[in-house]
Design a protein. Structure first.
Length: 95
């Protein structure tokens, strides 16, 4: 369940997704509050181009993707028995 959306996107986008995902390690920074600028720098693009490229390849804005990935990880943590407050702090959720 945790990787459902991630796996679905991966299947739909094929090699483009894998190549693009390899350009930056979002999952490695899932516990942090990370900005578009930081992600763009990790991928080696300007924030504008990175955002545009990500949306074209993934079919959703980077902010939506980050939110989905954090929620997937959070769901896994909750299913493991962690408390809601602990999980929200762990994944840097604002509210």
């Amino acid at each position: 369940m945790v990787g459902f959306i991630h796996d679905t996107v991966c299947e739909e986008k094929g090699n483009e997704y894998r190549n693009f995902k390899g350009d930056f390690g979002l999952d490695e920074h899932i516990y942090e509050k990370i900005s578009l600028l930081e992600l763009a720098e990790m991928a080696g693009y300007s924030p504008f181009y990175f955002s545009k490229l990500f949306s074209e390849i993934m079919g959703m804005p980077i902010t939506g993707y980050i939110r989905i990935r954090k929620l997937q990880y959070a769901l896994g943590s909750l299913l493991e028995g962690r408390k809601v407050l602990d999980v929200s702090l762990m994944y840097a959720f604002d509210s």
